[in-house]
Design a protein around this ligand. Structure first.
Ligand SMILES: *Cc1c(COP(=O)(O)O)cnc(C)c1O
Length: 726
């Protein structure tokens, strides 16, 4: 670590240092600093980070999911020696190590009293498979941004030994799921030990068993992420499986996960001697954390209710679910089977918990849920876009009897994305040239982006061409592999390798295949869709359906049914196993990013923000973030904006609405997008298209980056006092 690096001391520092030293000992002198870099995910958003590891052995780096710890451990010594001897390598390594360890001072808050950010999933990097989608990626982006801006924060989550499922499709488009083992010893994670040198453990009574969990730490810049792991030989096989799979299908196991995350997470913080200023519950899963915090405070003779009031003043809650069905509830018997001993242990009592976890505490017939519990036991609740804030107020109004809708105390902080993670290096370099070197210090100020209009079209277009070409390479390679693995005919396999065009208008649609995301809109009018792809246009699709969501799985099958149509196979690609590794080239390379959820189901959405940061244009329903972002000139609104009018649309049934939105989408693609992209002057550059791209960058960049989001959380939600430094 560079001298004077102002990192706060946190539990596990010694364990990280030992792991770094062990890894360094097998590296040649010139590469030794890479050991510390490998154990800090900050390399993944630092200039030349991925490139430096790829320079050691690009093939191997790709094979190990870009996990630099495995790369450095598994690359043969002779290869390492040869790389170390390449001219310039030592300087390159030193520059990277300095960049990764050399942050500025902590800007705000008290480093001894961090924000503790609790979430069931964290999407930090493709090599750490403990996330499923948007919620996790947002959580990862928040940790990264906190590190960048020097906001003291620690993350708390679970280390799933099998992560989220992987997806494989068969030739008919039917989804198959499989899980792979995650060995934390092979990840940039270290087991946290205590003063006695033994692993720190916490114990939580779950389903009649005292479940033991150890704590791993992985570093996201200067934010340590602590991950609980119940896969311990002291536990029963069932208890060991609690941290098996993310969003496990079995409801009791999910409840057990929430107990371990919330209560175990708080106990872990105490064992690690971390006293959080604020506990941030990201989604309802960790809601039991507040009860454990209250339990801690009953020590000096306080009643549980008094203690809960104090605990509540330190907890904030972000809800992400815009529909009642998304907020899981439980039968009382189910809840008590898992949490029975725990509620006694905590002192809240059976009835106490049930009352806290119901919308109406007195309604004994109402099933309890984690979201009401979180709302009731947090000092603040926020949704994740302006529209979603309103939806959440309406949804949870019954919890606040006598309050008018506008007075329901639920606000919003609109999501944003971590710019250095999601903006491709080529785009970052272009902007650095035109917006000034230090533009990344304050990307949330509109003035920072003013220079976008002055970027010569030829330069911007060259970057767009480069990003699209990279995506096309990636699609060709992946589709070939996917089609081979699926057992497709070899002619069809070969088509994948040749027919995607680097210069054609490329449209992306990648997200969870939930029915409400309506990927099927593309295939509602097959004849028109087929005509459309003859227009020098290509579609890249990706997304996983939840293993139990049969409707969503049928959507992929309906799309696959189209692949026999003439002209389709080379113009439409479905990339299997959507995750962060695929998302990065996709959001960077697509010219157009589609989002057509059924309102109001999209709480925010973030992938469109990532596309916009790379010069892609959004075509989206006016729901979630797009209702705030769309200004008439920075993209397109499906259904001409009428979708915002919920009262009007509430009268339509789903099929009517789907057909209308599908027609609107195809109209926009045919009448506006295809001609605008094709319109070129003598220089073969689409100047009118780029005018929109610039408007999109300038208006979306400052408002939907994580810098703006975390700034809002600091000011509005955390209320962290600024520290006057230097
Ligand atoms: C950004 C991102 C998401 C969120 O996408 P939305 O559909 O816009 O919510 C999901 N998965 C991955 C891998 C992402 O990077």
């Amino acid at each position: 670590m560079a001298d004077g690096s102002p990192r706060a001391p946190y539990a596990g520092d010694r364990d990280v240092a030992a792991a770094v030293a062990a890894l360094a000992s097998r590296l040649p002198d010139e590469l030794r600093d890479l050991a510390g870099v490998a154990f800090d995910y900050r390399w993944s958003w630092t200039r030349d980070g991925a490139e430096t590891f790829a320079a050691i052995d690009a093939e191997r780096f790709a094979r190990v999911n870009r996990n630099p710890v495995r790369l450095l451990r598994e690359t043969p010594g002779t290869t390492l020696a040869a790389v170390a001897a390449t001219p310039g390598m030592q300087a390159r390594v030193r520059a990277l190590a300095n960049a990764v360890s050399g942050e500025g001072p902590y800007a705000t808050g008290d480093v001894a009293r961090p924000i503790a950010f609790f979430c069931a999933e964290f999407g930090v990097h493709a090599s750490l498979p403990i996330y499923s989608g948007g919620l996790g990626v947002l959580a990862g982006d928040i940790l990264k941004e906190a590190s960048d801006r020097g906001l003291p924060m620690v993350g708390v989550g679970l280390l799933y030994r099998n992560g989220y499922f992987h997806q494989r499709l068969d030739p008919r488009g039917k989804q198959h799921e499989y899980w792979t083992d995650v060995d934390p010893e092979q990840l940039p994670t270290v087991l946290v030990t205590g003063d006695d040198g033994e692993p720190v453990t916490v114990t939580v009574p779950i389903r009649g068993e005292n479940v033991v969990a150890r704590v791993w730490r992985t570093d996201v810049g200067r934010v340590p992420l602590y991950l609980l792991d119940a896969d311990d030989p002291r536990n029963s096989p069932l208890a060991r499986f609690i941290t098996g799979r993310l969003y496990e299908g079995n409801r009791e196991i999910r409840l057990a996960q929430y107990a371990l995350l919330g209560v175990g997470g708080m106990r872990a913080l105490r064992a690690l001697r971390i006293e959080p200023e604020v506990v941030h519950l990201n989604e309802g899963h960790p809601a039991l954390a507040t009860l454990e915090l209250a339990h801690e405070l009953t020590g000096d003779g306080r009643s549980f209710d008094d203690a809960l009031a104090v605990a509540r003043s330190r907890v904030v809650f972000t809800t992400h679910t815009p529909v009642p069905a998304g907020n899981e509830t439980y039968a009382e018997t189910e809840l008590m089977a898992v949490l029975g001993d725990l509620v006694d242990d905590l002192g809240v009592g059976h009835d106490g918990l049930l009352r806290l976890a119901r919308i109406d505490p007195d309604d004994a017939d109402e099933p309890p849920g984690m979201t009401p519990l979180a709302i009731r036991t947090s000092r603040s609740t926020n949704g994740v876009s302006a529209v979603h804030g309103g939806v959440a107020r309406a949804m949870w109004q019954p919890m606040f009897p006598g309050r008018a809708l506008d007075d329901v105390p639920i606000g919003h902080v609109t999501n944003g994305v971590h710019l250095p993670t999601w903006m491709a290096p080529a785009m970052q370099s272009l902007l650095a040239r035109h917006l000034g070197r230090d533009w990344l210090d304050h990307p949330d100020e509109p003035a920072t982006w003013a220079g976008v209009d002055g970027i010569p079209d030829a330069e911007l277009w060259a970057v767009r061409d480069e990003l699209r070409a990279r995506l096309v390479d990636c699609v060709r390679e992946r589709s070939t592999r996917d089609r081979l693995a699926r057992g497709e005919p070899l002619d069809y396999v070969a088509a994948a390798a040749s027919t995607f065009e680097p210069s054609w208008l490329t449209v992306g649609f990648a997200r969870r295949l939930a029915t409400y995301k309506r990927l099927h809109l593309l295939s509602l009018d097959p004849a028109r869709a087929v005509t459309l792809v003859r227009e020098r246009l290509q579609f890249v699709l990706a997304g996983k359906a939840h293993p139990l969501d049969e409707d969503a799985k049928r959507v992929a099958e309906s799309l696959f049914a189209l692949k026999g149509e003439a002209g389709i196979s080379g113009r439409v690609a479905f990339l299997e196993d959507y995750g962060m590794a695929i998302a990065a080239p996709l959001v960077a390379g697509c010219d157009v990013w589609l989002n057509v959820p059924r309102p109001p189901f999209e709480a925010s959405g973030t992938s469109g923000m990532k596309a916009a940061l790379n010069g892609g244009l959004n075509v989206s329903i006016l729901d979630g973030w797009w209702a705030e972002a769309y200004d008439g000139g920075n993209g397109w609104a499906v259904d001409g904006g009428r979708s915002a009018d919920r009262a009007d649309r509430a009268t339509d049934d789903d099929a009517t609405r789907d057909l209308r939105d599908a027609t609107s989408l195809l109209d926009i693609l045919e009448d506006e997008i295809v001609p605008l992209f094709a319109r070129r002057d003598g220089d073969d550059i689409p100047h009118d298209w780029l005018r929109r791209v610039k408007a999109s960058l300038r208006t979306i960049g400052p408002r939907f980056c994580a810098t703006r989001m975390l700034g809002d959380y600091e000011r509005v939600v955390y209320g962290v006092p600024s520290l006057a430094l230097g």
